[in-house]
Unconditional design. Structure first.
Ligand SMILES: *[C@@H]1O[C@H](CO)[C@@H](O)[C@H](O)[C@H]1NC(C)=O
Ligand SMILES: *[C@@H]1O[C@H](CO)[C@@H](O)[C@H](O)[C@H]1NC(C)=O
Ligand SMILES: *[C@@H]1O[C@H](CO)[C@@H](O)[C@H](O)[C@H]1NC(C)=O
Ligand SMILES: *[C@@H]1O[C@H](CO)[C@@H](O)[C@H](O)[C@H]1NC(C)=O
Ligand SMILES: *[C@@H]1O[C@H](CO)[C@@H](O)[C@H](O)[C@H]1NC(C)=O
Ligand SMILES: *[C@@H]1O[C@H](CO)[C@@H](O)[C@H](O)[C@H]1NC(C)=O
Ligand SMILES: *[C@@H]1O[C@H](CO)[C@@H](O)[C@H](O)[C@H]1NC(C)=O
Length: 506
């Protein structure tokens, strides 16, 4: 909205434009799905509607994420202005070679079947009509690096001229690389590819421009895997995210640590549609489906973790009888937690889905449940609210429920009673919001028409961040202040309204 006002300010001597914009806005509000407006808080959405399709040529172009509106000298529009991204052409040892020997990617599993279809895995058809017709794949949770890179190759504002680019993408397969060495390799081996990449990047002309502060990469593994505490062989992970070069970059991953240059982006789900229509069709289906279960849990206990609440949740689920569906990943039944159809079939028939921490704060299941229109129930603000700040609304009560894991641990809270406490109207309103979020948390096969997917939201987040840093530099300020700070959970939660109260969780 502010942008619309600033448009009028720029042309305040042209009353007709004010009137035109007001009229168009009025038409916009009455004729568009209002959720689309709320969805797209970013301003160039308004601008593209006001000035027409961004493919068409308008007399004015809009400078992305800036308060000023400028006209190009020749009157041509460049809808990519401020949105260009340059992708480094890395030597293949940093990406393609990593997946060549796919059997070695994870010591415990064969990842080879998941690499097909640009990291989506094999296509799934639609048994028993659980899913929708098109766009479903058996996607593994660690494939985001391949998926994201492929999507970047199709990014509408990709440029091969780095001096035009607002941000520089480094298509490193960080998680797939370290995943090979997490078990049974010494720290030199675990660190070696990352150390090598840091050197490579710092030697490039693109680095000099902003000392890497316009660079970003993504990791399909959690941030903790790259933050080895010491150089003791027994410590977990690599030190990739602690290398000085990487500390100058923006790091996207499925789960961040407390560092402020890390941003959470959704885990990949099973749905990778090719058109708005496929998304809308699925949303309609999820809006209409009957949900006989009040809540459900899909997962396994953590017997080795004495602070895990999973066992307690599973017991409460069983004690709730028909209200709760328990899908235990430890059971020997035919159904499997690795089978997308079985998992989606549980979530799509439940009103609420329990999403406790597991080995770490987050889980892929959060996004599968949103995809199924099932309201996520969190037990820790680090499971989502402090993670996916570009993708999920700040008002968490609109789309989710938080039950303190402290209360579950001290066994003084009943999940079924708490969830039953929501009125039918409240549940419907939350579900509506969850279903509205579906496009934003999926990785589409390629750019959707009007809907924004998780890739769009992530690249927008990066561009805005780099833009702010660039302005800081232009204003003569030190870009390193606030760029990469530890213990920044509270600042990741800013705007939520309970950031200080939640301090005890971290
Ligand atoms: C890249 O863009 C810059 C800035 O617009 C321009 O000066 C340069 O000629 C371009 N390089 C190539 C190879 O097109
Ligand atoms: C980018 O690609 C275009 C067309 O293929 C080519 O003319 C141009 O020189 C390239 N620019 C750079 C910087 O490689
Ligand atoms: C680490 O392991 C590699 C290969 O397994 C070996 O060549 C190297 O000497 C080891 N380094 C140290 C410091 O142990
Ligand atoms: C990181 O950025 C700062 C400037 O903000 C620069 O002084 C420093 O050399 C950079 N580090 C590396 C490793 O490039
Ligand atoms: C959990 O186990 C650790 C040692 O493994 C112990 O220090 C800690 O006190 C235990 N916590 C609880 C809640 O029992
Ligand atoms: C709710 O769950 C508790 C266990 O937490 C159980 O004792 C109780 O019977 C359940 N109530 C209903 C109505 O299912
Ligand atoms: C459960 O116990 C904790 C203290 O252990 C308390 O802060 C909390 O308010 C209690 N919750 C309920 C629902 O009684």
């Amino acid at each position: 909205m502010e942008k619309v006002i600033s448009i009028t300010r720029c042309h305040n001597n042209q009353l007709w434009l004010v009137l035109l914009v007001s009229f168009l806005l009025f038409v916009l509000f009455i004729s568009f799905d209002s959720s689309a407006l709320i969805r797209d808080q970013n301003n160039w959405y308004f601008s593209t509607i006001i000035y027409g399709d961004h493919k068409s040529s308008a007399n004015t172009y809009v400078k992305y994420s800036n308060d000023d509106y400028e006209e190009t000298e020749d009157g041509n529009s460049d809808s990519c202005f401020g949105r260009y991204i340059y992708m480094h052409d890395l030597p293949s040892r940093f990406n393609d070679d990593v997946i060549k020997n796919c059997r070695s990617l994870v010591k415990w599993f064969d990842m080879c079947p998941y690499l097909v279809n640009e990291g989506f895995g094999s296509q799934i058809h639609n048994p028993m009509n659980v899913l929708s017709k098109n766009g479903w794949f058996a996607t593994n949770q660690f494939m985001l690096e391949i998926i994201f890179r492929d999507r970047m190759k199709k990014y509408e504002c990709l440029t091969n001229n780095s001096s035009l680019a607002s941000a520089i993408f480094v298509p490193f397969y960080a998680g797939l690389d370290v995943g090979r060495y997490l078990w049974g390799y010494n720290i030199t081996v675990r660190d070696s590819v990352g150390v090598d990449l840091a050197k490579w990047l710092a030697s490039k002309p693109e680095w000099k421009r902003m000392s890497g502060r316009d660079h970003f990469f993504i990791s399909g593994r959690i941030g903790w895997d790259f933050h080895r505490q010491t150089s003791n062989e027994g410590d977990w992970g690599s030190k990739l995210m602690k290398l000085p070069e990487f500390m100058n970059m923006t790091m996207l991953s499925i789960e961040t640590t407390s560092w402020s240059n890390e941003f959470g982006i959704p885990y990949p789900t099973y749905f990778h549609p090719s058109s708005d229509h496929e998304v809308l069709e699925w949303q309609t289906k999820m809006r209409r489906i009957k949900r006989p279960y009040l809540f459900s849990f899909v997962g396994a206990p953590r017997p080795g973790k004495n602070d895990s609440i999973r066992e307690e949740l599973m017991e409460q689920c069983i004690a709730s009888g028909k209200k709760c569906q328990l899908f235990s990943c430890f059971s020997s039944s035919q159904k499997s937690c690795d089978n997308p159809v079985d998992v989606m079939n549980v979530f799509r028939r439940s009103a609420f889905c329990l999403q406790p921490s597991g080995d770490s704060f987050t889980r892929r299941s959060i996004f599968d449940s949103i995809l199924a229109g099932c309201i996520p129930v969190f037990f820790h603000p680090g499971s989502a609210y402090a993670q996916y700040i570009w993708h999920l609304p700040k008002d968490y009560t609109k789309y989710s429920v938080l039950i303190s894991e402290f209360d579950v641990r001290s066994r003084n809270i009943s999940i079924n009673e708490t969830l039953k406490g929501f009125s039918k109207k409240q549940v419907l309103s939350m579900r509506k919001e969850v279903i509205r979020l579906i496009p934003n948390i999926i990785y589409a096969k390629s750019k959707l028409e009007d809907l924004e997917d998780a890739f769009d939201m992530a690249s927008k987040g990066v561009l805005e961040r780099v833009d702010n840093i660039r302005r800081k530099i232009e204003d003569g300020k030190d870009p390193s202040i606030g760029f990469a700070e530890e213990n920044s959970w509270v600042s990741k939660l800013i705007g939520i309204g309970r950031e200080n109260e939640w301090d005890r969780f971290f």
